[in-house]
Ligand binder design. Structure first.
Ligand code: IMP
Length: 199
């Protein structure tokens, strides 16, 4: 019987989204920051799936508890899928969201094709068992200047096809219903319902 899941993320905004999405699961959801000495997992993988599994497996091993990790990013058509797995450090190792957004706008200056998508890979690891993966995507276009105050990362530049507004203009529940992370989490929740340990 699973009573507690550890979220292997240190990104506060991402944690808030994951916690909201997992609220209905009926298990305690803890952040990895509540476990002193837990490892900082380096994202050395070439894919979202590899990085998500690296994180969930390391945290499950360290805590001895089921762990869930998300690896996600923005893929821009005209940039051949960049920044992709490098989304958090597009403008450099210690880049802020504002730095990354500025660089993205610079790279797309004069570009007609502004199509982009967010992708999320959720990895779930129970100690001693094989990791399971759940994927989600959501599409939109990159606009010419930031709009909205909510969310994080590239949200102010991402005009969602589903919402007709940027993710930063959307409320949390609105974004979560159609976001890449929300869609991956929906698949995880469906899996939990059919998994006896969650009964
Ligand atoms: P990760 O923590 O390595 O998965 O980095 C994900 C990065 O992708 C974030 O730092 C953001 O730059 C970007 N990203 C992922 N999901 C979102 C989202 O929902 N909105 C905006 N940016 C996102």
């Amino acid at each position: 019987m699973i009573k507690k899941i550890v979220l292997a993320s240190r990104n506060r905004k991402k944690l808030e989204e994951l916690q909201a999405l997992l609220a209905g699961l009926g298990v305690e959801v803890a952040a990895v920051s509540a476990f002193p000495g837990s490892p900082e997992v380096e994202e050395t993988g070439k894919t979202f799936a590899e990085n998500a599994a690296l994180k969930s497996e390391a945290i499950a091993r360290f805590t001895g508890l089921p762990a869930l990790a998300d690896d996600s990013g923005l893929l821009v058509e005209a940039l051949n899928g960049a920044p992709g797995v490098y989304s958090a450090r597009f403008a450099g190792e210690n880049a802020t969201d504002a730095d990354n957004n500025r660089l993205l706008l610079e790279k797309l200056r004069g570009q007609e094709n502004r199509r982009a998508k967010f992708a999320s890979l959720i990895a779930f690891s129970i100690p001693g068992k094989e990791t399971v993966l759940f994927a989600g995507e959501t599409s939109g276009v990159i606009i010419g200047a930031p709009r909205g105050e909510n969310g994080f990362g590239y949200d102010p530049l991402f005009l969602s096809d589903d919402l007709g507004k940027t993710f930063a203009e959307a409320g949390a529940a609105e974004k979560n219903a159609i976001s890449h992370r929300g869609r991956a989490l929906q698949k995880f929740l469906a899996y939990c319902k059919s998994y006896p340990d969650f009964a």
